[in-house]
Write a protein that binds this ligand. Structure first.
Ligand SMILES: [Zn+2]
Length: 352
């Protein structure tokens, strides 16, 4: 067996797990989420901008020298900056000692992680697991430093809930990590609140006379049709991915247009429009990554209760996070949604 065949054999379970996780929109949206494995002094980690869903059909992993990565972090240099195609979360994967590390933007987890009382809510649900909550901190070296601190207090931690961000799991192998993911998802599951359906006749009228089009994902309309979701969105940004749009620093983008027959000229330049009580329309040029972000957002907000004390990102956190998030998504908004769906279907068939 050649060395590359042997490496491929070791990586295959990780690639299968990555594909499965990447094809579940409740776990990852577009290029979000990442995965890594430590093998013989090498960190194999998802390259920045690659989609987990592509793991078995594309080369999504890059090998990085673990010794060099540790040295970089010790010298306070973010290793992702030294390797232009390394995941922005490389420092986090290096800092966690587990052979396998998985990071997902699980909508169930995020619906808890955007609450001011997240730690207390999670305590009752994750009781018995070796978990910790890390309040929001920017991705990259700052997040890795917070994880380092948490591990110095409780080194055995293998579940991290990241405030206003997502979930990180560490395991001794892929099976253990997958089992842990299933357990955490089951414990944190929240049923989606039902909203009345979109007003398709009105949306069709709107699309007929304007540059807008209807989304393929009907679930996006909840951003407009569910009053509780609308209220939550009007309070501010829940997580940095919301700032991925070019003018993402303006939270008004997520405020519903009050007029059921809005004048397109009033909303020129917006990639999407939330029409209060009716539904959501999209610009044709909206990217698959942006649409996936909207779908994920709809899934999150309809799992946050009307009286939940929401912890929004501060203006400084939005400003610091938006440039990175926007760059990441724009760099990667190249695959068409239909192609992605086709890939996911094919992969599902192959892996059973
Ligand atoms: Zn993330």
């Amino acid at each position: 067996m050649t060395r590359s065949t042997s490496i491929r054999r070791h990586l295959w379970p990780l690639l299968e797990l990555a594909t499965r996780v990447g094809c579940d929109p409740l776990l990852t949206q577009a290029s979000t989420g990442n995965i890594s494995i430590k093998l013989d002094g090498v960190l194999w980690i998802k390259a920045s901008g690659k989609w987990l869903a592509d793991a078995t059909s594309d080369e999504i992993l890059i090998p990085l020298d673990l010794g060099e990565l540790h040295a970089s972090i010790r010298q306070d240099r973010d290793p992702a900056e030294g390797h232009s195609n390394a995941s922005i979360e490389t420092a986090m994967h290096v800092t966690l000692p587990h052979p396998v590390v998985l990071h997902v933007h699980s909508v169930h987890t995020i619906a808890w992680a955007v609450r001011q009382d997240a730690a207390a809510q999670l305590e009752t649900r994750l009781h018995g697991l070796r978990w910790q909550f890390i309040p929001y901190v920017a991705s990259g070296l700052p997040l890795a430093r917070e994880i380092e601190k948490s591990l110095s207090v409780r080194p055995n931690t293998d579940v991290l809930v990241l405030g206003n961000h997502g979930l990180v799991l560490g395991g001794k192998d892929c099976q253990a990590t997958a089992d842990l993911l299933a357990d955490v998802e089951r414990r944190l599951a929240i049923p989606a609140r039902q909203a009345h359906p979109a007003d398709y006749a009105l949306l069709a009228d709107l699309a007929a006379d304007s540059p807008w089009a209807l989304p393929d994902d009907d679930a996006i309309h909840v951003l407009a049709t569910d009053p509780v979701s609308r209220n939550i969105l009007e309070g501010g940004f829940l997580y940095p991915c919301q700032a991925m749009f070019s003018d993402g620093n303006s939270p008004e983008l997520f405020h519903a247009a009050p007029d059921p027959a809005p004048d397109a000229a009033d909303y020129a330049g917006r990639p999407f429009l939330i029409v209060k009580g009716c539904g959501v329309v999209l610009r044709p040029e909206i990217t698959p990554a942006e649409t996936a972000m909207l779908s994920g957002l709809a899934q999150v907000v309809q799992r946050i209760g009307p009286s939940a004390p929401v912890r929004y990102l501060t203006d400084d956190e939005v400003a610091a996070g938006s440039s990175t998030a926007a760059y990441r998504y724009r760099a990667l908004a190249n695959a068409r949604a239909s192609e992605l769906q086709a890939r996911c279907k094919v992969t599902t068939r192959q892996t059973g």
